[in-house]
Every structure is written in structure tokens, then in C-alpha cells.
Design a protein around this ligand. Structure first.
Ligand SMILES: *Cc1c(COP(=O)(O)O)cnc(C)c1O
Length: 400
């Protein structure tokens, strides 16, 4: 008799994935990922891809075609730039954190001429400053992170969209950590390209990137003077997308998972999904404040999908992250940049409810106390509960 197969990498009991991505994957999505493999050029996959595209359009606020790529968010960012930029073309990056810097690095490594306008971390790009920079040169594109996962700040895409209107500059945004947790109105706001990925508010495992391109962005892709590209050639991807196919083998299982995740979002309704993200992020903030955790992000720009707390003086962010895992099997994030040790970050992405946040706060309280930070017992949970209780009823659930 052979012993039952035991996977040594199954997460421990009670494991809670509370990162700003990857995020917890709902059971229904996990079940879809485990379905038997199907023909990637057969009618079933074509129908599934078409249905997935139809479901994601309202989340993007667009009528554009959407291209799905096997790869993480960064792959989709690189694919976008390789297609809309010609070699040595000038781009402006309005950066407000680590992911803005990454966008600039990708553009630079592809051979673009990059001008970087940097904004204080924790704030959003100031449209007036960006407008001034845009007048200084002929930019092929303006790149901006929608939701800066490193700082918890959200860019005003509507205002930035107005700046490029009537110019040849394309507005390109990385909404990897924003889409499906924050409002996105691509067409109304005049955003030419939205890049996102499966593993954040879209509730799927990492591995699927997506790109939504406006008509003028598509025209730019087609002009044949872009950078060298093969797998990432969006001319092929767009031509195939019309037939609900992909030029190369798609990540079939990820599309199956995404289809279920988007069906769940549609069932709850997008406005309720977005309101739930906002409510839970604000509840987490209220609880953190009651425990003496200052907010890193400036009030006017606070995200619904990631909460960034300052680490109290005399404590180290890494210790909080480590103890959350050792004591509670809960994974939260610190920082891997200039904020290292100074902030902790918790994701509010996907299918969470009030219980998730109250558990986060209870566990944080015990860890803070163990590290010698004085917290009145129950203060965080009480403040979050009071905040949630102050909201008008009903706190509608998807099942109702
Ligand atoms: C997670 C994330 C990405 C994507 O990173 P990958 O690891 O390549 O998927 C890009 N931008 C932002 C703002 C993110 O939060």
C-alpha cells in the first residue's frame, strides 16, 4: 500500500494571506483552476475567453478589446511599453512610489528616453505639476501607477486623462493593485491603456496579465515602428482577440479562474464590491488609529485596496510582520524599499468581509503588545466595530 500523498507545501492550518497581493483565492475560483484541461483552440475555451472579456469590460469601464497574457503584472507592463513606444521615444513617468519607479525602469531598459517626475511618497501625482512637465517635451506616453501599493496612495486618473486629451501623449496606467477594488472608468477618464493582473483584487493566483487598449493606443500598436517584440507583440494578440483566441498557448486555467472571479463580482454587483473595499479599508484604518498606528498615506489619496501604517517609534516593521506570522500564521507586508522597517502594509483586496478586518486588528493588537507597544485591550477592534456600526444599514451580503 502506498502512503497517501502529502504535499509538504500546503499552507499551515489557519494561514491567512493578507498581503497587498497575491491575495486569498476563493474556493469557487480554486475549483475552476483545478478543472480538467481543455483544448486551448476549441469552442469551450473560445466561449470562456469571450465571456471573461465581456465580464471584465464593466470593471474596467471600457468598450475596448482586452488582451490576456500569460505572465505577471510586470510582463503586461513591459508588453505595453514595447508596443506603444518606438525606440528612443520620450516618455514621462509621474511616479509616487516603488511601482512608478519600476515603470520607469522598464521603459529605460527597453531603450525609451525617460523623464521622471517624482512626487512625495504617500501623496498622489499633482496634475498641475504633471501638466507643466508635459509642456516641456513631446511625450509618446505618460505612465502612472493608479494604486501605489508601496504607499497606499491613489492617482487621480480623471484629472491626468484631461491633460493628455487632444495631444498625442497616451495615458498608460498600472492598475494591477487597483482594478476591481477601486473605481476605474477607462473610457470616461480618457485612459488609453490599463494594465492589470490576476492576483490582486481579481482574486486569482498570479500568472495572468491583462491589457485594455483604447482606439488610439491600438493604432499606436499597429504602426510597425515599435520596439522589438515577439511573444509580447500585441498586433498578434489583438488580431487573435477578435476571434477570442490568443496567439500562443494561453494560461487556460487562469482564464477559467478569472471567469469565476468576475462572475462573483458581477453577482455582488461592482458598486457593492467597490463600496465593500472602501468600508473595510476604512474600518482597518479606524482600528489601527485606535492602537496608535499612524497612517502613512495622505488623507485625500487613500486607497481602498491597501492600508499602509507607520510603525510606531522604537518598533521595527520587520518584527511586526514576523510575529504576525509566527504567532498567527497571518502574512502581512513590510516594505522592500526606502520605507523598509518604517511601514507595514495590509491588503484589502478580493472577497473579504468585516470578520477579516476584525481578526487582523485582534492579532495586530497582541503582536504590538508583545513588542512593548501599549494598546488598550480591544481598542482596535472596538474602533473598527464602532466605525462599521456607524454606517447606514444594511451591510448587504452577496447571498441576499
Ligand atoms: C503587484 C503589483 C504589480 C505587479 O507585479 P508582478 O509581481 O509583476 O505581478 C505592478 N504594479 C503594482 C502597483 C502592483 O501592486
Amino acid at each position: 500500500m502506498t502512503a497517501a500523498f502529502q504535499d509538504p507545501f500546503t499552507p499551515p492550518p489557519g494561514y491567512r494571506l493578507r498581503l497587498p497581493g497575491p491575495t486569498e483565492v476563493p474556493e469557487a475560483v480554486r475549483a475552476a483552476l483545478a478543472r480538467p484541461m481543455i483544448n486551448h483552440r476549441g469552442p469551450e475555451f473560445r466561449a470562456m475567453l469571450a465571456a471573461t472579456e465581456a465580464l471584465i469590460r464593466p470593471v474596467l469601464g471600457t468598450a475596448n478589446p482586452v488582451v490576456f497574457l500569460a505572465g505577471s503584472g510586470t510582463a503586461a507592463m513591459e508588453a505595453t511599453l514595447a508596443n506603444i513606444l518606438a525606440p528612443a521615444e520620450r516618455v514621462l513617468v509621474a511616479s509616487h512610489g516603488q511601482f512608478g519607479e519600476r515603470f520607469a525602469e522598464i521603459a529605460r531598459s527597453l531603450g525609451a528616453q525617460v523623464d521622471l517626475v517624482e512626487f512625495t511618497w504617500g501623496e498622489a501625482p499633482d496634475p498641475a505639476v504633471v501638466a507643466e512637465k508635459l509642456r516641456e517635451a513631446d511625450y509618446g506616453a505618460l505612465l502612472v501607477t493608479h494604486n501605489e501599493s508601496s504607499t497606499g496612495a491613489v492617482a487621480d486618473l480623471a484629472a491626468l486623462g484631461r491633460l493628455v486629451q487632444g495631444t498625442r501623449t497616451l495615458l498608460v496606467t498600472d492598475s494591477v493593485s487597483g482594478l476591481a477594488g477601486l473605481e476605474m472608468r477607462q473610457d470616461e477618464w480618457g485612459v488609453d491603456v490599463v494594465v492589470s493582473a490576476s492576483q490582486k483584487a481579481l482574486m486569482c493566483p498570479p500568472g495572468l496579465g491583462l491589457i485594455s487598449l483604447s482606439e488610439r493606443a491600438r493604432a499606436r500598436v499597429m504602426r510597425n515602428e515599435a520596439m522589438p517584440r515577439f511573444f509580447f507583440d500585441l498586433r498578434k494578440a489583438l488580431a487573435n482577440a477578435e476571434k477570442h483566441e490568443t496567439p500562443f498557448t494561453p494560461s487556460v486555467s487562469h482564464v477559467a479562474g478569472l471567469h469565476v472571479a468576475l462572475t462573483m463580482i458581477a453577482a455582488e454587483t461592482l458598486p457593492k464590491v467597490l463600496a465593500r473595499h472602501r468600508r473595510l479599508a476604512d474600518a482597518l484604518r479606524a482600528g489601527g488609529a485606535a492602537m496608535g498606528l499612524g497612517e502613512f498615506t495622505r488623507a485625500a489619496h487613500r486607497s481602498s485596496t491597501v492600508v499602509v501604517f507607520e510603525v510606531p517609534a522604537r518598533l521595527q516593521g520587520g518584527d511586526i510582520v514576523r510575529l504576525m506570522y509566527q504567532r498567527h500564521a497571518t502574512v502581512i507586508a513590510g516594505a522592500r524599499n526606502r520605507l523598509q522597517g518604517k511601514v507595514i502594509r495590509i491588503g484589502v483586496m478580493g472577497g473579504h468581509d468585516e470578520g477579516t478586518i476584525l481578526t487582523d486588528l485582534m492579532q495586530l493588537e497582541s503582536v504590538l503588545r508583545e513588542l512593548g507597544h501599549a494598546v488598550a485591550p480591544g481598542a482596535g477592534v472596538a474602533a473598527a466595530a464602532a466605525f462599521l456600526g456607524s454606517l447606514p444599514p444594511p451591510m448587504a451580503r452577496a447571498a441576499e
